[in-house]
Ligand binder design. Structure first.
Ligand code: PLP
Length: 423
Protein backbone atom coordinates (compact mmCIF):
# COMPACT_ATOMS: atom_id res chain seq x y z
CA UNK A 1 0.00 0.00 0.00
CA UNK A 2 1.04 3.63 -0.39
CA UNK A 3 1.24 4.69 3.22
CA UNK A 4 3.21 1.84 4.78
CA UNK A 5 5.99 1.69 2.22
CA UNK A 6 9.37 3.27 2.80
CA UNK A 7 9.32 4.58 -0.74
CA UNK A 8 6.80 7.08 0.58
CA UNK A 9 8.67 8.25 3.66
CA UNK A 10 8.22 11.84 4.77
CA UNK A 11 11.70 12.92 3.71
CA UNK A 12 11.40 11.30 0.30
CA UNK A 13 7.99 12.87 -0.24
CA UNK A 14 9.26 16.27 0.79
CA UNK A 15 12.16 15.96 -1.63
CA UNK A 16 9.83 15.02 -4.47
CA UNK A 17 7.44 17.88 -3.69
CA UNK A 18 10.36 20.33 -3.56
CA UNK A 19 11.75 19.08 -6.86
CA UNK A 20 8.67 18.29 -8.89
CA UNK A 21 5.53 19.73 -7.31
CA UNK A 22 5.45 23.13 -5.63
CA UNK A 23 8.71 24.10 -3.90
CA UNK A 24 7.71 27.46 -2.44
CA UNK A 25 4.45 26.13 -1.01
CA UNK A 26 6.18 23.08 0.43
CA UNK A 27 8.93 25.23 1.97
CA UNK A 28 6.44 27.78 3.32
CA UNK A 29 4.90 25.25 5.66
CA UNK A 30 8.25 23.92 6.82
CA UNK A 31 9.24 27.51 7.60
CA UNK A 32 6.04 27.89 9.61
CA UNK A 33 7.05 24.78 11.59
CA UNK A 34 4.09 22.88 10.14
CA UNK A 35 5.81 20.77 7.50
CA UNK A 36 3.08 18.18 7.32
CA UNK A 37 3.12 15.45 4.68
CA UNK A 38 -0.31 14.03 5.15
CA UNK A 39 -0.55 10.29 5.61
CA UNK A 40 -3.30 8.20 7.20
CA UNK A 41 -6.63 9.89 7.82
CA UNK A 42 -9.83 8.87 9.52
CA UNK A 43 -12.85 10.74 10.84
CA UNK A 44 -11.74 14.15 12.08
CA UNK A 45 -8.09 13.12 12.52
CA UNK A 46 -5.16 12.77 10.19
CA UNK A 47 -1.57 11.68 10.70
CA UNK A 48 1.63 13.20 9.38
CA UNK A 49 3.85 10.67 7.60
CA UNK A 50 6.17 10.93 10.62
CA UNK A 51 3.35 9.51 12.76
CA UNK A 52 2.16 12.70 14.52
CA UNK A 53 -1.60 12.78 14.94
CA UNK A 54 -3.66 15.92 14.25
CA UNK A 55 -7.23 16.93 14.95
CA UNK A 56 -8.54 18.54 11.78
CA UNK A 57 -10.05 21.95 12.54
CA UNK A 58 -9.76 23.30 9.05
CA UNK A 59 -11.31 20.46 7.07
CA UNK A 60 -10.11 22.10 3.84
CA UNK A 61 -12.72 24.79 4.44
CA UNK A 62 -15.52 22.29 5.08
CA UNK A 63 -14.56 19.72 2.45
CA UNK A 64 -14.35 17.12 5.21
CA UNK A 65 -17.55 18.19 6.96
CA UNK A 66 -18.51 14.53 7.25
CA UNK A 67 -15.00 13.47 8.26
CA UNK A 68 -12.14 11.95 6.33
CA UNK A 69 -13.06 8.88 4.31
CA UNK A 70 -16.62 8.81 5.59
CA UNK A 71 -17.68 5.17 5.38
CA UNK A 72 -21.12 5.76 3.90
CA UNK A 73 -19.74 8.09 1.26
CA UNK A 74 -16.97 5.66 0.34
CA UNK A 75 -19.50 2.84 0.16
CA UNK A 76 -21.53 4.92 -2.32
CA UNK A 77 -18.41 5.50 -4.41
CA UNK A 78 -17.54 1.78 -4.51
CA UNK A 79 -21.12 0.88 -5.36
CA UNK A 80 -21.42 3.53 -8.10
CA UNK A 81 -18.08 2.58 -9.63
CA UNK A 82 -19.53 -0.81 -10.53
CA UNK A 83 -21.77 0.95 -13.06
CA UNK A 84 -20.50 4.47 -13.72
CA UNK A 85 -17.42 6.46 -14.62
CA UNK A 86 -17.03 10.18 -15.38
CA UNK A 87 -19.80 9.89 -17.96
CA UNK A 88 -20.26 11.93 -21.10
CA UNK A 89 -20.51 15.67 -20.61
CA UNK A 90 -22.59 16.10 -23.76
CA UNK A 91 -25.54 14.11 -22.52
CA UNK A 92 -27.83 14.07 -19.55
CA UNK A 93 -27.58 11.08 -17.25
CA UNK A 94 -29.28 9.24 -14.40
CA UNK A 95 -27.01 10.54 -11.64
CA UNK A 96 -26.69 14.08 -13.04
CA UNK A 97 -30.45 14.58 -13.27
CA UNK A 98 -30.93 13.00 -9.86
CA UNK A 99 -28.42 15.29 -8.14
CA UNK A 100 -29.62 18.42 -9.93
CA UNK A 101 -33.20 17.82 -8.82
CA UNK A 102 -32.14 17.02 -5.27
CA UNK A 103 -29.97 20.15 -4.96
CA UNK A 104 -32.55 22.46 -6.50
CA UNK A 105 -35.30 21.14 -4.23
CA UNK A 106 -33.09 21.60 -1.16
CA UNK A 107 -32.18 25.15 -2.13
CA UNK A 108 -33.75 28.52 -1.45
CA UNK A 109 -37.00 29.76 -2.99
CA UNK A 110 -37.20 30.01 -6.77
CA UNK A 111 -34.22 27.82 -7.67
CA UNK A 112 -34.63 25.87 -10.90
CA UNK A 113 -31.32 24.64 -12.34
CA UNK A 114 -28.02 23.25 -11.04
CA UNK A 115 -24.91 23.26 -13.22
CA UNK A 116 -21.99 21.12 -12.05
CA UNK A 117 -18.28 21.89 -11.97
CA UNK A 118 -15.20 20.37 -10.39
CA UNK A 119 -14.30 23.06 -7.86
CA UNK A 120 -15.59 26.20 -6.17
CA UNK A 121 -13.70 28.60 -8.42
CA UNK A 122 -15.15 27.01 -11.52
CA UNK A 123 -18.64 27.18 -10.03
CA UNK A 124 -18.09 30.90 -9.30
CA UNK A 125 -17.00 31.39 -12.91
CA UNK A 126 -20.26 29.76 -14.00
CA UNK A 127 -22.18 32.05 -11.62
CA UNK A 128 -20.57 35.12 -13.19
CA UNK A 129 -21.27 33.90 -16.72
CA UNK A 130 -24.84 33.24 -15.60
CA UNK A 131 -25.53 36.74 -14.29
CA UNK A 132 -23.80 38.36 -17.27
CA UNK A 133 -25.90 36.43 -19.76
CA UNK A 134 -29.12 37.14 -17.86
CA UNK A 135 -28.55 40.88 -17.45
CA UNK A 136 -26.41 41.61 -20.54
CA UNK A 137 -24.16 43.61 -18.21
CA UNK A 138 -20.48 42.98 -17.46
CA UNK A 139 -19.72 44.49 -14.06
CA UNK A 140 -19.36 42.31 -10.94
CA UNK A 141 -19.26 43.69 -7.39
CA UNK A 142 -17.63 41.83 -4.51
CA UNK A 143 -16.58 42.73 -0.97
CA UNK A 144 -13.12 43.87 0.03
CA UNK A 145 -11.03 41.14 1.66
CA UNK A 146 -13.16 38.45 0.07
CA UNK A 147 -12.04 35.32 -1.72
CA UNK A 148 -13.97 33.38 -4.33
CA UNK A 149 -11.33 31.13 -5.86
CA UNK A 150 -8.30 31.14 -8.12
CA UNK A 151 -9.86 30.45 -11.50
CA UNK A 152 -10.31 33.15 -14.16
CA UNK A 153 -13.41 35.16 -13.32
CA UNK A 154 -13.43 34.13 -9.67
CA UNK A 155 -9.88 35.40 -9.21
CA UNK A 156 -10.90 38.76 -10.61
CA UNK A 157 -13.47 39.24 -7.87
CA UNK A 158 -10.83 38.77 -5.17
CA UNK A 159 -8.07 40.64 -3.43
CA UNK A 160 -5.04 42.11 -5.26
CA UNK A 161 -2.87 39.88 -3.05
CA UNK A 162 -3.85 36.91 -5.19
CA UNK A 163 -4.48 38.71 -8.50
CA UNK A 164 -1.53 41.02 -8.93
CA UNK A 165 1.29 38.47 -9.15
CA UNK A 166 -0.51 36.89 -12.10
CA UNK A 167 -1.18 40.26 -13.76
CA UNK A 168 -4.93 39.71 -13.46
CA UNK A 169 -7.49 42.41 -13.19
CA UNK A 170 -5.19 45.44 -13.37
CA UNK A 171 -7.14 48.31 -14.88
CA UNK A 172 -10.13 46.01 -15.27
CA UNK A 173 -13.18 48.10 -14.48
CA UNK A 174 -15.54 45.15 -14.73
CA UNK A 175 -14.65 44.03 -11.19
CA UNK A 176 -15.36 46.42 -8.34
CA UNK A 177 -14.91 45.91 -4.60
CA UNK A 178 -16.75 47.71 -1.81
CA UNK A 179 -16.30 47.49 1.99
CA UNK A 180 -18.54 45.07 3.87
CA UNK A 181 -21.48 46.61 5.78
CA UNK A 182 -21.24 49.88 3.83
CA UNK A 183 -24.65 50.14 2.18
CA UNK A 184 -23.94 53.58 0.73
CA UNK A 185 -20.83 52.32 -1.05
CA UNK A 186 -22.83 49.41 -2.45
CA UNK A 187 -25.64 51.65 -3.64
CA UNK A 188 -23.22 54.13 -5.21
CA UNK A 189 -21.99 51.34 -7.51
CA UNK A 190 -25.32 49.61 -8.16
CA UNK A 191 -27.26 52.74 -8.98
CA UNK A 192 -25.33 53.17 -12.23
CA UNK A 193 -27.40 50.20 -13.37
CA UNK A 194 -24.54 48.50 -15.15
CA UNK A 195 -23.81 45.78 -12.58
CA UNK A 196 -24.61 42.19 -13.56
CA UNK A 197 -24.09 40.61 -10.17
CA UNK A 198 -23.05 41.09 -6.58
CA UNK A 199 -21.16 38.12 -5.18
CA UNK A 200 -20.87 37.73 -1.41
CA UNK A 201 -19.64 34.90 0.75
CA UNK A 202 -22.32 34.82 3.43
CA UNK A 203 -19.75 34.78 6.26
CA UNK A 204 -16.41 35.63 4.62
CA UNK A 205 -13.71 33.12 5.60
CA UNK A 206 -10.60 35.01 4.49
CA UNK A 207 -11.85 38.06 6.39
CA UNK A 208 -11.92 35.98 9.58
CA UNK A 209 -15.53 34.74 9.37
CA UNK A 210 -16.85 38.21 10.14
CA UNK A 211 -20.60 38.13 10.43
CA UNK A 212 -22.27 40.80 8.33
CA UNK A 213 -24.22 43.38 10.33
CA UNK A 214 -27.83 42.44 10.85
CA UNK A 215 -29.87 43.31 7.76
CA UNK A 216 -26.84 44.08 5.57
CA UNK A 217 -27.21 41.15 3.18
CA UNK A 218 -30.97 41.62 3.00
CA UNK A 219 -30.41 45.29 2.24
CA UNK A 220 -27.93 44.40 -0.53
CA UNK A 221 -30.47 42.00 -2.04
CA UNK A 222 -33.10 44.76 -2.02
CA UNK A 223 -30.68 47.13 -3.76
CA UNK A 224 -29.99 44.40 -6.34
CA UNK A 225 -33.71 44.12 -7.03
CA UNK A 226 -34.03 47.89 -7.32
CA UNK A 227 -31.18 48.27 -9.82
CA UNK A 228 -31.61 45.11 -11.91
CA UNK A 229 -28.59 43.27 -10.47
CA UNK A 230 -28.50 39.59 -9.53
CA UNK A 231 -27.34 38.35 -6.11
CA UNK A 232 -24.85 35.47 -5.96
CA UNK A 233 -24.46 33.80 -2.57
CA UNK A 234 -21.09 32.08 -2.43
CA UNK A 235 -21.81 29.21 -0.06
CA UNK A 236 -18.70 27.23 -0.95
CA UNK A 237 -17.64 27.19 2.71
CA UNK A 238 -20.76 28.34 4.51
CA UNK A 239 -23.22 25.96 2.85
CA UNK A 240 -23.77 22.27 3.55
CA UNK A 241 -25.18 22.72 7.07
CA UNK A 242 -22.14 24.45 8.55
CA UNK A 243 -24.35 27.26 9.84
CA UNK A 244 -26.89 24.84 11.32
CA UNK A 245 -29.06 25.13 8.25
CA UNK A 246 -28.21 23.90 4.75
CA UNK A 247 -27.42 27.40 3.43
CA UNK A 248 -26.17 30.17 5.72
CA UNK A 249 -27.91 32.73 3.49
CA UNK A 250 -31.29 31.37 4.62
CA UNK A 251 -30.56 32.72 8.11
CA UNK A 252 -30.33 36.20 6.57
CA UNK A 253 -33.80 35.96 5.08
CA UNK A 254 -32.36 36.29 1.57
CA UNK A 255 -33.42 34.23 -1.43
CA UNK A 256 -30.46 34.67 -3.77
CA UNK A 257 -30.62 34.45 -7.56
CA UNK A 258 -27.62 32.14 -7.65
CA UNK A 259 -25.98 29.90 -5.03
CA UNK A 260 -22.44 28.57 -5.37
CA UNK A 261 -21.77 25.33 -3.57
CA UNK A 262 -18.56 23.29 -3.43
CA UNK A 263 -16.11 21.78 -0.96
CA UNK A 264 -18.38 19.74 1.36
CA UNK A 265 -20.56 18.60 -1.54
CA UNK A 266 -17.67 16.36 -2.56
CA UNK A 267 -17.68 14.49 0.74
CA UNK A 268 -13.92 14.95 0.49
CA UNK A 269 -14.03 12.00 -1.86
CA UNK A 270 -14.95 13.13 -5.36
CA UNK A 271 -14.47 16.70 -6.71
CA UNK A 272 -17.89 18.27 -7.14
CA UNK A 273 -19.33 21.75 -7.07
CA UNK A 274 -22.54 23.33 -8.26
CA UNK A 275 -23.99 26.64 -9.39
CA UNK A 276 -27.66 26.67 -8.51
CA UNK A 277 -29.81 29.33 -10.17
CA UNK A 278 -33.35 30.57 -10.53
CA UNK A 279 -35.18 30.24 -13.82
CA UNK A 280 -34.76 33.98 -14.47
CA UNK A 281 -31.03 33.91 -13.73
CA UNK A 282 -30.55 30.69 -15.68
CA UNK A 283 -31.63 31.96 -19.09
CA UNK A 284 -28.42 30.68 -20.67
CA UNK A 285 -29.19 27.06 -19.78
CA UNK A 286 -32.51 27.40 -21.57
CA UNK A 287 -31.15 29.24 -24.59
CA UNK A 288 -27.49 28.38 -25.18
CA UNK A 289 -26.78 25.57 -22.73
CA UNK A 290 -24.22 23.90 -25.01
CA UNK A 291 -21.89 26.88 -24.85
CA UNK A 292 -20.53 26.02 -21.42
CA UNK A 293 -18.95 22.64 -20.80
CA UNK A 294 -16.83 21.01 -18.12
CA UNK A 295 -15.49 17.54 -18.88
CA UNK A 296 -15.29 16.53 -15.24
CA UNK A 297 -18.01 18.82 -13.87
CA UNK A 298 -21.02 16.65 -13.13
CA UNK A 299 -19.03 13.42 -13.30
CA UNK A 300 -21.52 10.61 -12.81
CA UNK A 301 -19.47 9.10 -10.01
CA UNK A 302 -19.24 12.52 -8.40
CA UNK A 303 -23.00 13.02 -8.64
CA UNK A 304 -23.61 9.65 -7.00
CA UNK A 305 -21.23 10.57 -4.18
CA UNK A 306 -22.70 14.07 -3.73
CA UNK A 307 -26.20 12.58 -3.53
CA UNK A 308 -25.12 10.51 -0.53
CA UNK A 309 -23.37 13.54 1.00
CA UNK A 310 -26.64 15.48 0.79
CA UNK A 311 -28.55 12.58 2.36
CA UNK A 312 -26.22 12.49 5.35
CA UNK A 313 -25.98 16.27 5.62
CA UNK A 314 -29.73 16.82 5.70
CA UNK A 315 -30.50 14.06 8.22
CA UNK A 316 -32.29 15.26 11.33
CA UNK A 317 -29.58 13.68 13.46
CA UNK A 318 -26.91 15.74 11.65
CA UNK A 319 -28.75 19.01 12.20
CA UNK A 320 -29.28 18.05 15.85
CA UNK A 321 -25.58 17.31 16.27
CA UNK A 322 -24.62 20.65 14.72
CA UNK A 323 -27.00 22.38 17.10
CA UNK A 324 -25.53 20.52 20.10
CA UNK A 325 -21.95 21.32 19.01
CA UNK A 326 -22.82 24.97 18.40
CA UNK A 327 -24.04 25.39 21.97
CA UNK A 328 -21.23 23.32 23.49
CA UNK A 329 -18.57 25.32 21.67
CA UNK A 330 -20.19 28.64 22.53
CA UNK A 331 -20.28 27.78 26.24
CA UNK A 332 -16.62 26.91 26.14
CA UNK A 333 -15.56 29.99 24.19
CA UNK A 334 -17.45 32.19 26.64
CA UNK A 335 -15.56 30.60 29.53
CA UNK A 336 -12.23 31.08 27.76
CA UNK A 337 -13.07 34.70 27.02
CA UNK A 338 -13.72 35.32 30.72
CA UNK A 339 -10.48 33.61 31.67
CA UNK A 340 -8.23 35.35 29.10
CA UNK A 341 -10.08 38.63 28.43
CA UNK A 342 -7.09 40.56 27.12
CA UNK A 343 -5.92 37.83 24.81
CA UNK A 344 -8.92 35.83 23.58
CA UNK A 345 -10.84 38.99 22.96
CA UNK A 346 -13.67 37.83 20.78
CA UNK A 347 -15.11 35.20 18.52
CA UNK A 348 -17.64 35.06 15.72
CA UNK A 349 -19.90 32.09 15.37
CA UNK A 350 -22.65 31.07 12.99
CA UNK A 351 -23.26 27.44 13.92
CA UNK A 352 -19.96 25.72 13.23
CA UNK A 353 -18.57 28.62 11.19
CA UNK A 354 -16.21 30.10 13.76
CA UNK A 355 -13.47 32.73 13.90
CA UNK A 356 -11.43 33.15 17.10
CA UNK A 357 -9.68 36.50 17.75
CA UNK A 358 -6.39 36.58 19.64
CA UNK A 359 -5.21 40.05 20.46
CA UNK A 360 -1.47 39.98 19.94
CA UNK A 361 0.36 40.86 16.75
CA UNK A 362 -0.23 38.05 14.24
CA UNK A 363 -2.39 36.33 16.86
CA UNK A 364 -4.10 34.03 14.35
CA UNK A 365 -0.81 32.79 12.96
CA UNK A 366 0.79 32.37 16.37
CA UNK A 367 -2.18 30.28 17.50
CA UNK A 368 -2.04 28.22 14.30
CA UNK A 369 1.59 27.34 15.07
CA UNK A 370 0.99 26.62 18.77
CA UNK A 371 -2.01 24.44 17.99
CA UNK A 372 0.00 22.48 15.44
CA UNK A 373 2.56 21.73 18.14
CA UNK A 374 -0.28 20.29 20.23
CA UNK A 375 -1.62 18.27 17.30
CA UNK A 376 -4.42 20.50 16.02
CA UNK A 377 -4.57 21.79 12.47
CA UNK A 378 -6.42 25.10 12.11
CA UNK A 379 -5.44 27.95 9.82
CA UNK A 380 -5.22 31.71 10.34
CA UNK A 381 -7.46 34.08 8.38
CA UNK A 382 -5.59 35.62 5.45
CA UNK A 383 -6.98 39.14 5.82
CA UNK A 384 -7.29 39.56 9.59
CA UNK A 385 -4.06 39.01 11.49
CA UNK A 386 -5.85 38.35 14.78
CA UNK A 387 -8.20 35.62 13.62
CA UNK A 388 -7.89 31.88 13.57
CA UNK A 389 -10.45 30.07 11.43
CA UNK A 390 -12.03 27.28 13.45
CA UNK A 391 -13.97 24.74 11.42
CA UNK A 392 -15.23 21.67 13.31
CA UNK A 393 -16.98 18.81 11.53
CA UNK A 394 -20.74 18.31 11.49
CA UNK A 395 -20.49 14.88 13.09
CA UNK A 396 -17.95 15.62 15.85
CA UNK A 397 -18.68 14.27 19.30
CA UNK A 398 -18.57 15.97 22.70
CA UNK A 399 -15.51 13.85 23.53
CA UNK A 400 -13.75 15.21 20.46
CA UNK A 401 -14.62 18.75 21.59
CA UNK A 402 -13.25 18.07 25.07
CA UNK A 403 -9.94 16.89 23.63
CA UNK A 404 -9.91 19.97 21.42
CA UNK A 405 -10.71 22.43 24.22
CA UNK A 406 -7.82 21.09 26.27
CA UNK A 407 -5.40 21.55 23.38
CA UNK A 408 -6.80 24.96 22.55
CA UNK A 409 -6.22 26.25 26.06
CA UNK A 410 -2.71 24.77 26.24
CA UNK A 411 -1.88 26.50 22.95
CA UNK A 412 -3.25 29.81 24.26
CA UNK A 413 -1.09 29.53 27.37
CA UNK A 414 1.96 28.78 25.20
CA UNK A 415 1.39 31.85 23.04
CA UNK A 416 0.85 34.05 26.09
CA UNK A 417 4.06 32.78 27.72
CA UNK A 418 6.02 33.43 24.54
CA UNK A 419 4.59 36.93 24.35
CA UNK A 420 5.64 37.56 27.97
CA UNK A 421 9.18 36.36 27.22
CA UNK A 422 9.38 38.69 24.23
CA UNK A 423 8.64 41.74 26.42
C1 PLP B 1 -15.85 31.18 -0.48
C2 PLP B 1 -15.05 30.41 -1.47
N1 PLP B 1 -15.38 30.45 -2.76
C3 PLP B 1 -14.70 29.75 -3.69
C4 PLP B 1 -13.62 28.98 -3.34
C5 PLP B 1 -12.86 28.23 -4.38
O1 PLP B 1 -13.01 26.87 -4.24
P1 PLP B 1 -12.00 25.87 -4.94
O2 PLP B 1 -10.71 25.94 -4.22
O3 PLP B 1 -12.67 24.53 -4.80
O4 PLP B 1 -11.87 26.30 -6.35
C6 PLP B 1 -13.25 28.89 -2.00
C7 PLP B 1 -12.09 28.08 -1.60
O5 PLP B 1 -11.54 28.16 -0.53
C8 PLP B 1 -13.97 29.64 -1.04
O6 PLP B 1 -13.65 29.58 0.26
Amino acid sequence: MFLDNNKYSKEKSRERCMNYWNPSRTQYWYDEGIGIMIGRREGYYFWDLDGKKYMNLHLNGGTFNLGHRNKEVLERLYEASREFDIGNHHFGSVTRGYLAEKLVKLSTKGMQYAIFSSCGGEAVDVAIKTVRYATKRRKIVSLEKCYHGHTGLALNTGDPFFKDPFLCGEGDEDFVQVPMNDMNAMEAVLKKEDVAGVIIETVPATYGFKIPESGYLKGVKKLCEKYGTLYIADETQTGMMRSGTLWAISLEGVDPDVIVCGKGLSGGIYPMSATIMTKEAGKWVEEIGRLHTSTFGGSELGCAVAGKVLDITTRESTAANVSMLTKYMKEHFDKLKMKYPNFFTDYTQRGLIIGLSFHVKDGGRKMMRALAEHGVWAINARFDEYVLQFIPGLLCTKEYCDELFEKLEKSMVDVLEREEMRK
